[in-house]
Design a protein around this ligand. Structure first.
Ligand code: NI
Length: 181
């Protein structure tokens, strides 16, 4: 039960496919979840994947705060802290949405990433019980971003035009100029 260091882009663990969890009730996994909650809270992020604290297991946690709804016209509801183990994602339909993402393993940066707008995801919860949910908008984006970490994919690898990747503060300035023009 401790805050762990978040490893950053360049660390080899972030490029590996993480291993399936065979027994979610194993105390080792429960301790991992505690570390992940503590680390996410300290970092004030919305999601964290186990590889980001250098544990190559297929475990992610995330939540959707209510204020995120403003970002999306067709936003879904606030989503409480969710544990997702051995996740599987399926797109629903073929709609794609582009939006800026950031990552605790790529601090200070943002990039424009295309994601499925609507998905169904399934996996095991913290007690090892199977569950399934549908998600759209920001919720769907967070799940896709976190699950990418389990396959060794960081969002900058998905940025189609490198000009859409940069320091968050600089990008924010250029958006403001565009808005004002
Ligand atoms: Ni990330």
């Amino acid at each position: 039960m401790a805050i762990q260091d978040v490893i950053r882009m360049g660390h080899s663990t972030l490029l590996k496919r993480a291993e399936e969890v065979s027994d979610p009730k194993n105390p080792e996994i429960q301790a991992l979840l505690e570390d992940m909650y503590d680390t996410l809270e300290e970092q004030q992020g919305v999601g964290l994947a186990a590889p980001q604290i250098n544990v190559s297991k297929r475990v992610v946690i995330f939540y959707v705060p209510s204020d995120r709804q403003e970002t999306y016209e067709d936003a879904d509801e606030e989503v409480p802290m969710t544990v997702l183990i051995n996740p599987v994602i399926e797109p629903i339909g073929d709609e794609i949405e582009e939006s800026f993402e950031a990552c605790l393993s790529v601090p200070g940066m943002s990039g424009l990433v295309a994601r499925w707008a609507n998905i169904r995801y399934s996996g095991l919860d913290k007690d090892g019980k199977p569950f399934e949910r549908e998600a759209k908008g920001f919720h769907a984006r967070v799940v896709q971003h976190e699950c990418d970490h389990l396959d060794g994919v960081l969002y900058p690898m998905r940025v189609e035009d490198i000009r859409d990747f940069g320091f968050s503060e600089e990008l924010r300035d250029s958006f403001m100029e565009e808005d004002e023009a």
